[in-house]
Design a protein around this ligand. Structure first.
Ligand code: AHG
Ligand code: MN
Ligand code: MN
Length: 338
C-alpha cells in the first residue's frame, strides 16, 4: 500500500483480503460490521454529556457490577450489527451470562464466533474519560450449519483469527490485527470515515511507564509488591524510576503503553483472587495485538494465549506490554512465589 496516499479502513480491508485465501471476504465483512457499530456507539458516547444517557441503567451485569446505560447501548448495537449479517454464528459478550447462537437462514454458513467487551472502562463514562470496545474473533470448531456450542468460544487465544479494539478518546481509533501486524485507524468525525493513521504499529521493547492500580497494593502478591518497588527505584541506566500512568480504562491504558512502551499489570489479589480482567473478552484480544506488535502478554508465569479457557467469564491475572518489561515483572513473580 502506498504510504503517501490516504487509505480508509474500507480500502484497507479490500486491499488485504487476499491475506485470507480461504476466507472469501467474510472476515473483511465482519470487520465492516464492527466498524459500523463502532461509529454508532462513538456517536452516542460523544453526546453522553448532553443526552439523558449517563448513569446507571438500574441493572447489574452477571458479574454483579453496576451496568451503565452505555454498556447496554453498546452491547445491543454490536449484537445487532453482527446479527444483521451472515458471517457470525455466535456471540459472547461480557454483559451476558450465556453466549448467543445466531440461527437465522443468513447464518447457515457462518464460520466465525465473536467475543466482546462492548464497553470497557464504563466507570469512566460519567467523567468524560476515554472508554473502549474490545473484540476477539475465532473460527468455529463445530460443524458449519449446526448450532454453535460452548466449545466454539472456549478456544485458547492462540486460535484467534482477528482481534482489536476501539478507543473512544480525544479522537476515536480502531486498532486491529488479523495476524499480519497491527494497524490503527483514526475516525475523521466530519466525514465518518476511519483513516489509516498508525500503520504497522510496534510496541517499543522497553519503556518507562508502569500501570497498575496501586490502591490495591496491600492485596497484591509479593512478586508484584517487589516489582512496584523496583519500578520506583533510582537507576538511570534502566530509566528508573518509571513513571506511573493508570487511567482505569484497560483499552486506554493499553493503547498508551502500546505506543509509548510500558507495562500494564492487573494481578491477583486478596480482593480478586483470580484477577479482575476477563480472559476471553479483555486479556486474549489485547494479547494477540501486543504480540503482533512485538510485545508480550502473560499471567505472570505463562503466556496468556496458551491458557485453555474453562468458562466464558473466567478471569486471569494480566501482565501486558513491552517485552522486556513484562519479562522483568515475570522474573519477580518467579522469584517471590506467594
Ligand atoms: P469494564 O468497564 O468492562 O467492566 O472493565 C473495567 C476494567 C478495565 O477497563 C480497567 O482496566 C479495570 O477494570 C480497572 O479496575 P480497577 O478500578 O479495579 O483498577
Ligand atoms: Mn472491560
Ligand atoms: Mn465492559
Amino acid at each position: 500500500m502506498n504510504s503517501n496516499t490516504t487509505c480508509t479502513l474500507g480500502e484497507f480491508l479490500v486491499a488485504t483480503q487476499s491475506e485470507f485465501p480461504y476466507a472469501k471476504g467474510e472476515l473483511s465483512a465482519l470487520l465492516s460490521s464492527i466498524r459500523l457499530a463502532g461509529k454508532v456507539v462513538n456517536r452516542e458516547i460523544n453526546k453522553a454529556g448532553i443526552a439523558d444517557i449517563l448513569g446507571d441503567a438500574g441493572a447489574e451485569n452477571i458479574q454483579g457490577e453496576a451496568q451503565m446505560k452505555l454498556d447496554v447501548y453498546a452491547d445491543e448495537t454490536f449484537t445487532k450489527a453482527l446479527r444483521n449479517r451472515g458471517e457470525v454464528c455466535g456471540l459472547a459478550s461480557e454483559e451476558h451470562e450465556d453466549f448467543i447462537a445466531f440461527q437465522d437462514n443468513i447464518h447457515a454458513n457462518a464460520t466465525y464466533v465473536v467475543l466482546m467487551d462492548p464497553l470497557d472502562g464504563s466507570s469512566n463514562i460519567d467523567v468524560n474519560v476515554s472508554v473502549g470496545t474490545i473484540f476477539s474473533i475465532y473460527r468455529r470448531i463445530t460443524p458449519v450449519g449446526t448450532p454453535v456450542q460452548l466449545e466454539d468460544f472456549l478456544q485458547p487465544g492462540s486460535k484467534q483469527v482477528a482481534a482489536g479494539y476501539i478507543v473512544y478518546g480525544s479522537s476515536t481509533m480502531l486498532v486491529f490485527t488479523t495476524g499480519h501486524g497491527v494497524n490503527g485507524f483514526t475516525l475523521d468525525p466530519s466525514i465518518g470515515v476511519f483513516i489509516l493513521s498508525h500503520p504497522n504499529m510496534q510496541c517499543p521493547p522497553y519503556g518507562n511507564i508502569y500501570s497498575i492500580n496501586e490502591g490495591n497494593y496491600v492485596h497484591f502478591p509479593e512478586g508484584v509488591k517487589k516489582y512496584i518497588k523496583y519500578c520506583q527505584e533510582l537507576d538511570t541506566a534502566s530509566n528508573r524510576p518509571y513513571t506511573s500512568r493508570y487511567i482505569g480504562s484497560l483499552v486506554s491504558d493499553f493503547h498508551r503503553n502500546l505506543i509509548k512502551g510500558g507495562v500494564y499489570i492487573y494481578p491477583t489479589g486478596t480482593k480478586s483472587p483470580k484477577g479482575k480482567l476477563r480472559l476471553l473478552y479483555e486479556c486474549n484480544p489485547l494479547a494477540f495485538l501486543i504480540e503482533q506488535a512485538g510485545g508480550k502478554a502473560s499471567n505472570g508465569l505463562q503466556r496468556i494465549m496458551d491458557i485453555k479457557p474453562e468458562s466464558l467469564h473466567e478471569r486471569a491475572p494480566y501482565f501486558v506490554g513491552s517485552t522486556q518489561m513484562v519479562e522483568e515483572a515475570e522474573e519477580f513473580m518467579r522469584k517471590y512465589p506467594s
